[in-house]
Design a protein around this ligand. Sequence first.
Ligand SMILES: Nc1ncnc2c1ncn2[C@@H]1O[C@H](COP(=O)(O)OP(=O)(O)OP(=O)(O)O)[C@@H](O)[C@H]1O
Length: 256
Amino acid sequence: MSPLLSVRGLTTRYGDRTGCEDVSFDLHSGEVLCVVGESGSGKSTLLSTIALRMRAASGALAYATADGETLDLLTISEPRRRALMRTEWGYVEQNPRDGLRMAVSAGANIGEPLMAVGARHFGRIRETSSSWMRRVELDAGRIDDLPASFSGGMQQRLQIARNLVTGPRLVLMDEPTAGLDVSVQARLLDLLRTLTAQLHLACVIVTHDIGVARLLAHRLMVMQGGRVVEAGLTDQVLDDPQHPYTQLLVSSVLPA
Ligand SMILES: Nc1ncnc2c1ncn2[C@@H]1O[C@H](COP(=O)(O)OP(=O)(O)OP(=O)(O)O)[C@@H](O)[C@H]1O
């Protein structure tokens, strides 16, 4: 089976500083990959480069579309990039305020992406918004409330619904549970695990939290200093880490 996303030798710089260096991996449909590492290891730079928010200095990035076309992402036009983001890709920001439109209601936040791909029937859009609110365990009775009246965990659920309502095939997430209380985090992780499995989503999730990776990821990629130092199946990497840096990461959070 050919990969959905293929990353080869991806390198991104900030002037003469390295953001990420020579990163390669394949991501298949339905696969959840967590990128872990300490602050400054290059996780966010990698995610931003894949999302085409930052320009790669070198490397290759290919995506297999739902129509069976292979896109060279580093050379696609801006309209094509925007169309891809609207239809086949999602991006969940660490801070839900960056991924939501705070000036419109919860229902509109979920309905807008549907309208952007051509939905016009107001009643059906509202119905879909309600059903997505329930699906992410929000009270659909609050469909007309503004996001600011929701808690941080609820806003993150809303952002997830806004991203998933159009049925993307690939979702990129930047620390989706960071900054939330531990109990809220646990429920959100549970929800993400259920949704990624039910929707057969391919995800790249950036996290500094090995616990998040253990719960969500099929595969792990460990970064240090902009480079991938270890990669493999989650259980394999966490139960038998080979690289000293991974050993340090694992031993600092898991009892020996
Ligand atoms: N805007 C920037 N200008 C210059 N250097 C940057 C910039 N953003 C990141 N870097 C550098 O790039 C490297 C990778 O940073 P990056 O933010 O991708 O790491 P990270 O693992 O995502 O960290 P964090 O979890 O803190 O976001 C670091 O050395 C960082 O100092």
